[in-house]
Design a protein around this ligand. Structure first.
Ligand SMILES: Cc1cc2nc3c(=O)[nH]c(=O)nc-3n(C[C@H](O)[C@H](O)[C@H](O)COP(=O)(O)O)c2cc1C
Length: 167
């Protein structure tokens, strides 16, 4: 049995957590001066009744206060959309992102999947805030997924034979 004697140093915590493979999303919303987005991999599905999803938003992020009080859309990125992940994490933009025209909540064109959400609740998460959204609309397409692990982007190849066929 291991016993934590002192808080782990942030680098060690990040290194351990980097072994957890995630997908990559861009969370989009209506900013005060147009559509905005931020790359997030803290996304998880929480509940089907009611339909709830979770994101963990850094308190220091510009999107933090805005995501507490307005609808947002979680855009799950496809393997070929790594440039979008970098751009919405603050890297210089390679090209203007394409947005869906006329969407109720700003969302990206052609994500692998997307869930549009109304704010449902916000909870203290240390230097982050855990934001729950109630899903109001959604969609998906076929394709390979963008992943993130060991602080690197990767790819998960689409499979039609998922675990949901077993349970
Ligand atoms: C792969 C990846 C995952 C990230 N996940 C999150 C996350 O879950 N929550 C978060 O607040 N920031 C996350 N970030 C950092 C934000 O994308 C980054 O701070 C961004 O610049 C915030 O934008 P804003 O300050 O314009 O709102 C992630 C960055 C990368 C590259």
């Amino acid at each position: 049995m291991s016993q934590a004697l002192a808080p782990p140093n942030p680098g060690a915590l990040r290194a351990a957590m980097s072994r957890f493979v995630t997908g990559v999303t861009v969370v989009t919303y209506a900013g005060d001066d147009g559509p905005r987005g931020a790359t997030m991999n803290s996304f998880t599905s929480v509940s089907t009744d009611p339909p709830l999803v979770l994101i963990s938003v850094a308190r220091r992020a510009r999107c933090h206060d805005q995501l507490l009080d307005r609808p947002f859309c979680v855009n799950v990125l496809g393997a070929e959309q790594e440039p979008l992940a970098r751009q919405f994490a603050g890297a210089p933009a390679a090209a203007e992102p394409r947005w869906v025209v006329g969407a109720r909540v700003p969302r990206l064109a052609h994500p692998l999947g997307w869930v549009e959400c109304e704010p449902w609740g916000a909870y203290d998460g240390g230097d982050h805030t855990l934001v729950l959204g109630r899903v109001t609309d959604l969609g998906h397409r076929d394709g390979d997924a963008l992943t993130y692990a060991w602080s690197r982007f990767g790819t998960a190849v689409e499979s039609t034979d998922g675990i949901e066929h077993l349970i």
